[in-house]
Design a protein around this ligand. Sequence first.
Ligand code: IPD
Length: 254
Amino acid sequence: MDRLAFASALARDAGQLAHSAFGTSVTVSKGRHDLVTAMDGEVERFIRAAIAQRYPDDALIGEEQGGNSGERLWLIDPIDGTANYARGIPHYCVSIGYVERGVPTVGVLYDPPHDWLYTAARGEGAWRNGERLAVSACAEMTAATVECGWSTRLPTSAYTALIGRVLDAGCAIRRAGSGALGLADVAGGRTEGYCELHINAWDCAAGILLVHEAGGLTSDFFAGDGLIAGNQLLATNAALCAKLASVTGVPITS
Ligand code: IPD
C-alpha cells in the first residue's frame, strides 16, 4: 500500500519537526481555549508540500489552511492536542488520514514524545510501532473508562450533561486533549470508549480507521456533511456499543 508507507514516513518527519519546538512555539489564540502555535502552520505547510509533490491530483483539507474535498482526499491535523503541545504537556500527535470515495482507507498518527507510530490501512489491521492493536474486551460499564472530548464549539451544558450520563452509568471518564490519541487509546485497548459531541474530520479521520481495524466500532462520522462540518463521534468495542450508544445518545451503525 503505497499511500500507507508514504503517510507513515511523512507523519514521522512532520512529528519530528513539531517536536523541535515542543512547548516553545509562539502561541496565538483563535478563540476561547482554541490555540494555534506557529508550528501548527509550519508542520501543515510541510505536509501539504510533500503530498502535493507525491500525489498532485489528490485533494487535501487541513486544520489550519482548509482546502477542498475530492474523491481521493487527505485529512490532516498537523498538531492534534495543540493546547497540550503549547504548554509542554507530552500528549499530542500528527494525524494524517486518507479517504477514498468516502471510505477511510489509510490512517496514520505519530506521537513524538513516545516515538509511537500508529498505522492502519483498510483490511490490514491497526498497528503501533509494528505491534498489532486490539480494542479492549471489557463488557462492564462499571469497569470501563470513556474519554469525553471537549471543545468550546458546543455549549458547556451539552458537555456536562454527557459526562454526567457517562458517570451515572458507572464508567470512569477522562479528557486528555487530543481526539486523535483518544481514538488510538480505544484502538489499543487502553480505554473502552471515546465520545465527543462535535469533532472535526482532520482530528478523527485517521483514528476512526485505527479503531475499526483494531476490531472496534464507531458512529457514522462521515454521514451527512460530517466530512466538512464535523459531527458527533462515539468509538468503542462490540461488547459496550449498545450501552454506550444509549448513554451518550450517539448511535453506532457500523
Ligand atoms: C482538538 C483536540 C481535542 C478535541 C477537539 C479538537 P486541536 O484539536 O483534538 O481533544 O476535543 O475537538 O478540536 O485543536 O488540538 O488540533
